[in-house]
Design a protein around this ligand. Structure first.
Ligand SMILES: O=C(O)CCC(=O)C(=O)O
Length: 210
């Protein structure tokens, strides 16, 4: 469903089997050799998610991408799994967009998790100018997702992102404000054996492969 020009909510995009396999992989990743952590951002506040960047690290203090986590433990960002990259490209092409993701921000939200309204604008200027989309995939508990306009003060729409949903925003929607106001605990499909929510946002920092 196109909810605004360039913004698509794809409900039940992933089968339960696919969701389970992805949730298992996400669990391994966030508790792996380079574990997820709670970033402290520029103003000194802590984020309300555990974050693990794949492919490239997003530094919450500088708002820049880098190969190693210089704001935390200097470990290298783990590679973006090939099956994740392919999934994101397939979702983008299903709505007529093109994405060769080179990074993913994997966030884990517990029952109190949330994320303030923000724009995704730290990818390369060329990637943003080309309107290359952000592809978001949700697993586990439902989130109350907020989607606003190109200016912070514009009205915001709230929509539920359920397990297996994808959300794509590119082209004229690429810089729209968005965030998560709350998680609805206990709504994850039982088959996933999880509480809380994983969200993966795939992006293409480097647009030279387009
Ligand atoms: O969790 C979500 O649905 C949104 C995540 C997000 O906005 C981000 O990672 O930049």
């Amino acid at each position: 469903m196109e909810i605004a020009p360039g913004a698509f909510h794809l409900q039940h995009c992933l089968s339960l089997e696919r969701q389970r396999a992805m949730a298992d992989r996400c669990r391994e990743l966030v508790d792996g050799a380079v574990p997820a952590y709670v970033p402290v951002v520029r103003g000194g506040g802590m984020m309300h998610v555990r974050m693990l960047c794949l492919g490239r690290h997003w530094n919450g203090k500088t708002y820049r991408y880098e190969p190693t986590r210089s704001d935390f433990d200097d470990l290298p960002a783990p590679p973006l799994p090939e099956e994740f990259r392919r999934l994101a490209g397939g979702i983008a092409s299903s709505v007529g967009m093109s994405l060769d993701a080179d990074l993913c921000i994997l966030n884990y939200y517990d029952a109190d998790g949330r994320m303030g309204l923000h724009q995704d604008k730290d990818e390369s200027a060329a990637s943003i100018a080309a309107g290359l989309p952000v592809v978001s995939v949700s697993l586990g508990d439902t989130a109350r997702f907020l989607f606003g306009g190109l200016k912070r003060r514009e009205p915001v729409e709230a929509l539920p992102l359920e397990s297996g949903d994808a959300f794509v925003f590119g082209g004229p929607a690429r810089l729209r404000y968005h965030g998560v106001s709350r998680i609805l605990p206990g709504t994850a499909p039982l088959e996933l054996g999880m509480s809380g929510r994983f969200n993966l946002t795939f992006r293409q920092y480097d647009s030279s492969t387009q």
